[in-house]
Every structure is written in structure tokens, then in C-alpha cells.
Design a protein around this ligand. Structure first.
Ligand SMILES: Cc1cc2nc3c(=O)[nH]c(=O)nc-3n(C[C@H](O)[C@H](O)[C@H](O)COP(=O)(O)OP(=O)(O)OC[C@H]3O[C@@H](n4cnc5c(N)ncnc54)[C@H](O)[C@@H]3O)c2cc1C
Length: 391
């Protein structure tokens, strides 16, 4: 038996669901094929920090667009996304002061609400912060964090209301072509026919691309998150903090908890099988990142570690995604490799990919910087900071 659609999307994470939503909005009939459950890949383990601090114009514009969707979610998508506008602060050491200022100037030029904080202002914005070693900080009052699972299922529900079909427990095992043109896939013993197939398979992106005979440089890397109980007296409102001096981030979580993770390119070294990897954090990791948090906020040293967890980053050589049609004109699209910072961009990625698929003549964003050929052409995306992990 075969089923026929205008587009088949492989993967039911944030990218698959936002793309399904945007394509359905444009009147296409869409099937999403997901081998597990919705948000069961990277998305469900995401810290879901929603910030706009990027150092190139395209990603900063995408982050700004996406923030508008998170803020106005019920109206623009329907359902909830659990967005908490806690504010966001980025802290940098001396070596990055000029780059931080240049980034903030770029972002302000795009209409992003961000500003440099003085040390006196910083201690008012971030409770318990030790600021003596810091040279510069930037603050985005509108940013925060969301609920990644809820966001994804709300996009899926919205796509369903527009007619999209979701097939969970359907692993795509074959991508079918007629000459250069894609004609569909096989999944769960069934045939799905479509002139458009979009690979939104996250950390499995390279494996799925191989089904189309393509080599795509996306590695599946284990990324850990430590969970700490916030001590009594230190449980008030708190912005998300990205602390480049300690290569770490921390953000509040429901239940008087704090999530603490790394922003360190070394995370790309822990390459794992995405179907079989240790899903709890290592005790040594919990203690290490806890110390980094406490070094930045000494009054929380009584905080107690709880059991942490690990998820997957889909890492490319320049820490930016691949969004492209390969071969050109084939109907076979790649939308993978979001390298540990894709969740917040999800609403913009869905729009970008849908406009790409439907040949929008005046697209909202320029997808060319994410083309697959950039790696071979020596035109990888550059970040202003030496550690490009945050984009
Ligand atoms: C610990 C952690 C913290 C993070 N923190 C942040 C953050 O604070 N802010 C931020 O913006 N981003 C963050 N990220 C990154 C962000 O979560 C990812 O970039 C984003 O979720 C990627 O979404 P995706 O849809 O591309 O991939 P996924 O969510 O992995 O979805 C891919 C889906 O494809 C399915 N699939 C794979 N192969 C097949 C197949 N053959 N057939 C059918 N289905 C298939 C998988 O089951 C999976 O559900 C974090 C990630 C992790 C792991």
C-alpha cells in the first residue's frame, strides 16, 4: 500500500514539526515520519534557552523572529510553549570584550533588545554573581527559556489542525529517487510517495542522508546537563547566564532547580551511537560544572547535585546547520546539524525550510550560508568568538 503527499518530513523533533506547520500553512499535504515519539531526540533533552546573542546577521535575525513566536505563541501557533522570559545575560573575559561589543552593535542594528551592562548593573540583574574578573556583559531582558517538548507537540498539533499526518514509530529505511528526483520513502513496511522529502533527523541526519547516497558532515555527540537543587534563600527570579569565562551556562528550572551545562567545543569529541549512549550525566561532569556555577555565584555553594542527564548534539564542522536542496532541483532537502543551539531557531527554521521548498521568490531569510557545499568550498560560517559553539 502507498500513501501520497506533497511532502514527507523525516523526524518529529522541533525542526520536523515547525517545518510541517509552515508547509501545512502553505496548503501542502504533509506526512511526518518519526521513528520514536515526538521530541524523543535532541529536542526533548534541550535546555531550550531562547536567546538572540549570535554573531552573524542571518542567525541573529532568525533568533529574533523566533523570539516573537515564543512570546506570542498562542496567537501564532496555538497551544503553549512554556516560554519564561527570565532575561538572558552573556558574560565574557577580557579577550572577548571587543567581540561582545561588536556583536551587541550588530544585534541592536537588527532591532534586538540587548545592551552592555556595567558591573554595577550586572550585580543587580544576576543574583549572587561574582563579577570581579569580568570585563563585559550583555543583557537581553526579553529572552529566557521554553519547554521543548510542549513547544514541539504544539507545533505538531497546529500542523495536524491544518491537515498534516503524523506517523510515530515509523523509521524511514529507504529514500526513493527516479533519476535525480526524489519520489518518496519507505518506513515501517509502508511506501510514502512525495515529490519533496525533508531530512529533519537531527543527530541521525548523516545516517538518513546516506539513504539518499549523500555524505553530510553531521556527528552525533553526547552533551550532558547537571541538575542542582537551588539552596534556600537563592530561589528567586534568575536570568539565564552564559558564562564564557567558565565555559558554562546555568538556567533556572521548575521545582527550585538549576540546569548547568558546558559551552565548550570539546563536547564535539564525545561522538556516540545516537541509538545507544549513556543517557545519565557522569558524576565527574556534575561536580565540574557545579563548581563552575559556584565560582560565578559563590553564595550557592550549598547547592546539592541531583541526577543529571545527557542528550545529543548534531554537530557540523562550523557548528551551524545544513539547510539545502541536494541535488539542486531534486526535491530532496537537508535540514539537520543544529550543533547544540537549534531549539530557539526552530520557528524560524520551519519558515526558512518551507519557503525553500515552495520556491518563495522573496524569502524571509537567506538560507545560502547553510548550504552543504560550503565545507568543500572553504566557506564555513564564521563566528566572532574563537569558540564558535554558540554561533
Ligand atoms: C543537552 C542539550 C541542551 C541543549 N540546549 C539548547 C539550548 O539551550 N538552546 C537551543 O537553542 N538549543 C539547545 N540544544 C540544541 C537543540 O535541542 C537541537 O539543536 C534541536 O533540538 C534539534 O532539533 P532537530 O529536530 O533537528 O533534532 P531532533 O530533536 O533530534 O529530532 C530528530 C528526530 O528524527 C528522528 N529520526 C531519526 N532518524 C529517523 C528515521 N530514519 N526515520 C524516522 N525518524 C527518524 C529521531 O527519532 C528524532 O526524533 C540542546 C541540545 C541538547 C542535547
Amino acid at each position: 500500500m502507498s500513501r501520497t503527499y506533497d511532502a514527507v518530513i523525516i523526524g518529529g523533533g522541533i525542526m520536523g514539526c515547525t517545518t510541517a506547520f509552515e508547509l501545512s500553512m502553505r496548503g501542502l499535504s504533509v506526512a511526518v515520519l518519526e521513528k520514536g515519539a515526538l521530541a524523543s531526540g535532541s529536542t526533548g533533552r534541550s535546555s531550550a534557552i531562547v536567546r538572540q546573542h549570535y554573531s552573524n546577521e542571518t542567525t541573529a535575525r532568525m533568533a529574533l523572529h523566533a523570539l516573537g513566536v515564543f512570546e506570542d505563541f498562542e496567537e501564532r501557533v496555538g497551544g503553549g510553549c512554556g516560554f519564561v522570559p527570565s532575561g538572558f545575560v552573556v558574560l565574557v573575559p577580557e579577550a572577548d570584550k571587543e567581540d561582545l561589543e561588536a556583536n551587541v552593535a550588530l544585534q541592536q542594528g537588527l532591532g534586538i533588545g540587548t545592551r552592555i551592562l556595567s558591573r554595577e548593573e550586572l550585580v543587580k540583574v544576576v543574583p549572587d554573581v561574582a563579577a570581579a574578573d569580568l570585563v563585559a556583559a550583555a543583557y537581553e531582558p526579553r529572552s529566557g527559556y521554553a519547554d521543548p517538548h510542549r513547544t514541539t507537540t504544539s507545533f505538531a498539533d497546529a500542523a495536524k489542525r491544518l491537515g498534516a499526518s503524523f506517523f510515530l514509530g515509523h523509521e524511514v529505511t529507504r529514500i526513493r529517487f527516479s533519476g535525480d528526483d526524489v519520489v518518496g520513502v519507505e518506513a515501517g513496511g509502508e511506501r510514502f510517495d512525495a515529490p519533496v522529502v525533508v531530512n529533519c533527523a537531527g543527530p541521525w541526519g548523516a545516517r538518513v542522508a546516506a539513504l539518499a547516497g549523500l555524505e553530510v558532515p553531521v556527528s552525533s555527540c553526547r552533551a550532558q546537563v547537571a541538575v542542582y537543587g537551588r539552596p534556600e534563600g537563592h530561589r528567586g527570579p534568575h536570568p539565564v547566564v552564559l558564562d564564557f569565562a567558565h565555559a558554562s551556562y546555568f538556567r533556572p528550572e521548575t521545582g527550585d532547580l538549576m540546569l548547568v551545562g558546558l559551552i565548550d567545543p570539546s563536547e564535539a569529541e564525545d561522538v556516540v551511537d545516537p541509538d545507544d549512549y549513556p543517557e545519565h550525566s557522569d558524576t565527574s561532569f556534575d561536580l565540574d560544572v557545579g563548581q563552575r556555577w559556584m565560582a560565578r555565584c559563590p553564595p550557592v555553594e550549598a547547592a546539592s547535585p541531583r541526577r543529571g542527564y545527557a542528550g545529543l548534539y548534531a554537530v557540523t564542522p562550523d557548528w551551524h546547520p545544513v539547510i539545502d536542496e541536494v541535488p539542486a532541483g531534486s526535491g530532496h532537502f537537508l535540514c539537520t546539524g543544529f550543533s547544540g543551539h537549534g531549539f530557539k531557531l526552530g520557528p524560524a527554521v520551519g519558515l526558512m525550510t518551507a519557503e525553500f521548498v515552495t520556491h518563495e521568490s522573496d524569502p524571509t531569510f537567506d538560507a545560502r550560508i547553510f548550504r552543504l557545499g560550503r565545507f568543500a568550498d572553504g566557506q564555513a560560517v564564521e563566528s566572532r568568538y574563537a569558540y564558535s559553539i554558540t554561533g
